[in-house]
Design a protein around this ligand. Structure first.
Ligand code: WAQ
Ligand code: MG
Length: 651
């Protein structure tokens, strides 16, 4: 079967200067030829950059035996939040490929912006090898070979991902190309990639700032003159069909729909994500290759962890691991059922007794997560006639618990007891709940427990605090908020997590027998979840035991916080905290992101927190400490943080 290569190029010749609008190419069968010519024409005529006054469509016959068939490179995605992070990823791959002049490659980058083709760079001599330097070398004669669905989608508009995967597959299949790095020209498209035969096509979700039109490609070349001639010939002339894996489930089809405004049920989702990216609010994950410790491995680098909730460094504790391994031998891995059916083991009961004892309460109940605890407890204990009073900075799980409850919710100003009392009075309620974080998760400040409990008692309301960031952290022996205020036993509902200081997983609530029995029967997230596995429960048991028997860990953590705050203050930063969460004010969202990115580059894992998590224009770097950080580590980190904040403020 013979095929045809079609190349379309649309431009505007207005005013004598040719201005590129869009271009595309396909390799299709004879039967498909007319169809694709008209589709490419349609694409040329309906481009967001405007209507072209010159469209060139070139059609050439291609013999089957001329075609090189290649399998598409395997694709992996690395989520990054900033350009700096993205570059760290590129750097780590270049290192893994044995490429040495990485800084020089990065600095060549800006020269590619104005080019229509790619830079061909010799990785040994750093010489540019393109025959025409202002244009660059262009790869052509390539297309994907796949099901009709994907092709149809791919032809209806520019599909960055599919087109790039085809191009990269062709490029890195030449033996003299060690790798290709690429960033799009499209100002809204911040995903780029590094491709190599060895590691495949690695998408990096952020390689440039949103809104930047600066894109380019570098083909990294290693070889002699003969290889060079062959390489250029291959890139420009060899006909390549790339066999794509899977079908349109890959996602790109949805993106086409978005670009072309076609009817596509995924459209709104894609659009919403794009919008989120434009507003600098897009969230991504950082993938670690190590246990949660003061030092973690991220993208092949050792990072000082200043963001973990593993406050007492118990996620990788030898005694916990040994005990858990033994329990896994005895009890296996899964629980097989909800707590009220088949999922309760002796360990579950023992853990609940241990939590109740540790917190000085009659009973406790374990939920699968802290989130599940809050969304289970609040709707259960609040009836239709009740009113919930909730601090404006409460954690999302409390907010969702309030939303799920039949009761009305009234939000009071952060930790403001006068406002709370006024709102209780105004509501005229006779029963209900006051609920607050014990330690607020973003600012690291502590609830006014004396004030809260006093108002609860005065107005006959339940009091509830969420000790996620308090347990193991505050109080002389790490028992949390009540111990901190010397108010043991004063709160009606004590909720917390097993996933932070305790080093395991899960949420809990403790209180009276009545409360716990009621929640066992009415807490929907408790009733309708499969129980945590015996392994997780065992880890939590050992974790609680260590909290009880080794209170010096909490004291060391508190000591670390004082030391770190002092170091930051010496550097001129106005920082204070009584908990393990230390907010360092930056202000501007962009600058906070930039600072976090630069700190990542220096080996410090510390996130920027921005709107909507904190108020607009009040972005922070949020440090979280562990008991096992050393003074030296914290001192060096404080210096780096202060220096970096100065740098970004001067930008
Ligand atoms: N040959 C060589 N270089 C090219 C070619 C080509 N055929 N086409 C474009 N370039 C160069 C040129 O310098 C452009 O300025 C630059 O690449 C970027 O081109 O997995 O859209 O078409 O989602 O803007 C990456 C997709 C999209 C990442 C890349 O590039 C993903 C993209 P653009
Ligand atoms: Mg460019």
């Amino acid at each position: 079967m013979d095929r045809y290569s079609i190349k379309m190029r649309a431009s505007n010749q207005d005013g004598g200067r040719s201005h590129h609008i869009s271009g595309a190419e396909k390799i299709v069968s004879e039967e498909e030829l007319e169809l694709y010519v008209s589709r490419l024409l349609k694409r040329a005529m309906h481009h967001s950059k405007g209507k072209p006054d010159f469209v060139n469509i070139k059609i050439e016959a291609v013999k089957e035996e001329e075609i090189l068939h290649l399998n598409a490179l395997p694709v992996t995605t690395v989520e990054t939040e900033t350009e700096e992070e993205g570059r760290i990823v590129v750097r780590s791959y270049l290192e893994k490929l044995g490429i040495v002049h990485i800084d020089e490659i990065f600095s060549a980058w800006t020269q590619t912006y104005s080019m229509r083709g790619a830079m061909l760079l010799d990785i040994e001599t750093l010489k540019r090898l393109e025959p025409d330097r202002s244009r660059g070398v262009r790869t052509t004669y390539m297309d994907m070979e796949t099901g009709e669905e994907t092709r149809r989608a791919a032809c209806s508009g520019k599909n960055h991902f599919n087109e790039a995967l085809v191009l990269a597959t062709k490029v890195v299949n030449h033996p003299a190309i060690a790798a290709e790095i690429c960033i799009s020209d499209d100002p809204d498209y911040v995903t780029g990639y590094i491709a190599s035969k060895k590691f495949g096509y690695v998408r990096i979700t952020n390689l440039k700032p949103m809104g930047s039109p600066n894109g380019g490609r570098i083909f990294l070349f290693r070889g002699d003159d003969a290889a060079l001639a062959d390489c250029i010939d291959y890139l420009q002339k060899k006909k390549v069909l790339v066999h794509m894996p899977g079908s349109r489930q890959n996602g790109p089809a949805a993106e086409d729909g978005r670009k072309q405004g076609e009817t596509n049920k995924w459209n709104w989702m894609e659009e919403s994500l794009q919008e989120w990216k434009r507003r600098d609010l897009y969230r991504t994950m950082k993938v670690l290759d190590s246990p949660q410790n003061t030092h973690v491995r991220w993208n092949g680098r050792d990072m000082l962890m200043l963001a973990s909730n593993a406050y007492l460094d118990l996620c990788n504790e030898e005694r916990i691991k040994a005990y858990t391994a033994k329990i896994m031998e005895e009890y296996g891995t899964g629980s097989g059922g909800a707590r009220l059916t088949t999922g309760t083991t002796r360990l579950h009961m023992e853990l609940e007794e241990a939590i109740a004892r540790f917190k000085g309460r009659e009973a406790a109940l374990v939920f699968n997560t802290g989130f599940a605890a809050n969304t289970g407890i609040i709707p259960a204990v609040c009836r239709e006639q009740d009113v919930i009073f909730s601090d404006e900075l409460n954690h999302a799980s409390i907010i969702d618990g309030c939303r799920q409850a039949k009761a009305r919710t009234i939000v009071y100003r952060h930790n403001d007891m006068a406002d709370l009392e006024e709102k209780i009075r105004e509501s005229g309620c006779e029963s209900g709940l006051i609920v607050s974080d014990a330690v607020f998760s973003m600012d690291g400040d502590i609830v006014n427990l004396p004030g809260l409990v006093r108002l609860a008692e005065k107005y006959g309301l339940f009091s509830m605090i969420d000790e996620a960031h308090a347990t193991g952290v505050i109080g002389e022996t790490g028992r949390g908020c009540e111990e901190y205020f010397h108010m043991e036993g004063s709160c009606d509902i004590l909720m917390g997590t097993l996933s932070k200081a305790v080093g395991a997983e899960g949420g809990y609530v403790c209180g009276s027998h009545t409360l716990i029995e009621y929640l066992k029967n009415k807490g929907r997230s408790f009733i309708f979840s499969t129980a945590l596995s015996p392994v997780t429960i065992a880890a939590a048991q050992k974790g609680i035991e260590i909290l009880e028997t080794e209170p010096h860990r909490s004291r060391q953590l508190q000591e670390n916080v004082r030391w770190f705050c002092t170091c930051l203050q010496k550097q001129g930063l106005n920082v204070h905290s009584d908990t393990a969460i230390i907010p360092i004010r930056v202000g501007d969202e962009g600058k906070a992101m930039e600072a976090a990115g630069r700190l990542m580059e220096q080996g410090y894992f510390i996130p920027a927190i921005r709107y909507p998590t904190v108020k607009k224009g009040e972005a922070i770097l949020r440090a979280a400490l562990m008991s096992s950080h050393t003074r030296e580590e914290l001192e060096a980190a404080a210096a780096a943080i202060a220096r970096t904040i100065d740098e970004v403020k001067a930008l």
